[in-house]
Design a protein around this ligand. Sequence first.
Ligand code: NDP
Length: 446
Amino acid sequence: MSSYAEKVLKQVKRDNPGQPEFHQAVAEVLGSLKLVVDSDKRYEKAGLLERLVEPERVLMFRIPWVDDKGRVRINKGYRVQFNSAIGPYKGGLRFHPSVNLSVMKFLGFEQIFKNSLTGLAIGGAKGGSNFDPKGKSDGEVMRFCQSFMTEMFRHIGVDTDIPAGDIGVGSREIGYLMGQYKRIRNEYVGVLTGKGLSYGGSLVRKEATGYGLVYLSEEALNARSDTLAGKTVTVSGSGNVAIYTCEKAAQLGAKVVTVSDSDGWVYDPAGINLDVLKQVKEEERGRLTAYAERVKSAEYHARGNGSVWDVTCDVAFPCATQNELDEVAAAKLVKDGVILVAEGANMPTTAKGTDIFLENSVIFLPGKAANAGGVATSVLEMSQTDTRLFWSFEKVERKLQTIVKHIFTSIDDAANRYGVRGNYVVGSNIAGFEKVADAMMAEGIV
Ligand code: NDP
């Protein structure tokens, strides 16, 4: 008997050629959903998987802007509104030269399940551009963001689609995007999250993804009567997620010994110095060479000379980008005795790398559960903007912790119900799917 999930995966590969990241994300999810959909014919009859893998809407547009030398520049813009069964579309914007339709669709697809796992009423989307903010002046970034929003404003709205940040889109970019939206629409509404504190932002939003990642890891360790305290931790990336992962891990008593960027990586056996890291990355928008110049205990390795995964650790947090941890790195980490790997980035582990962790009983927390604290806190930001209230740091952090506990219980419970105890890949995919599938069945063939 042929499997419904396998049949749909074949169709996805056939009908979406040249989209390897999207295929990879769908293959991982459908590999888990087999356990649910193959034995219940209602799903196939309703064409549920076929609808789930097809975005409700894909927007692609031109972004013309003028650089500081007066030259006309053109970038590609995207918004993939993937699934609104349980709420308005929500998901980040990524500005990076590697952005293309495949990357946008993989991220939008993942976002459906991530958003559902938070227990909040938000659908899945993603967007961005192949624009590279690196090396651009503030004026260039502003003109680009204004041009991006001049097209995107007509497709988004507080009850339709609420974008946020991602790689290359931080508080500066969100500020420029928000300014242009407000100017065009002549209304102040919380149509973006990740806003600055002076114009509707939330405390803890900046920290939320990294903090949530560490909280979920602590939950998984606690479930095995273990804790992060005293552990040696490696982190990749040195952006928003990486920095606040380092901060919370250190607060819980772990020692973080690595960070990286696209030019190289740092090993600091004394423990990453957060003040210097924040100064270099958040204030100066500099490179990690500047960290190594200022911190005597740090070793700098240029790109191509090994990677952070060569460093022996108990816990690894990949927080840079997709497919940055392959099977060779995974095997090395296992050989060196890693006990937990949690994905701060989206799909940073390749499919083969993931299999190696699961086969070797490493606690593996996939991105859609592990980095969901960011989008969850975006919803807390939306509540504050809507009510014009401003909650304390402690209040938002408490709510984030409650949401993370709910995520852990849901993925652990789903793994147990389907007979794969401790397999949080399957647990996350199924737990995220259940609510979306219920809603899609209830809403009819739309
Ligand atoms: P940032 O832009 O703040 O930081 C990204 C970091 O990763 C930088 O250190 C960057 O180095 C590095 N990086 C990016 N692309 C590459 C690459 N191709 N090769 C090597 N290094 C790279 O992004 P975020 O921290 O916000 O996002 C990191 C990951 O977390 C992404 O996968 C994102 O989707 C995911 N995520 C983010 C959330 C958020 O709230 N921000 C929420 C959920 C997931 P360099 O500066 O040199 O480019």
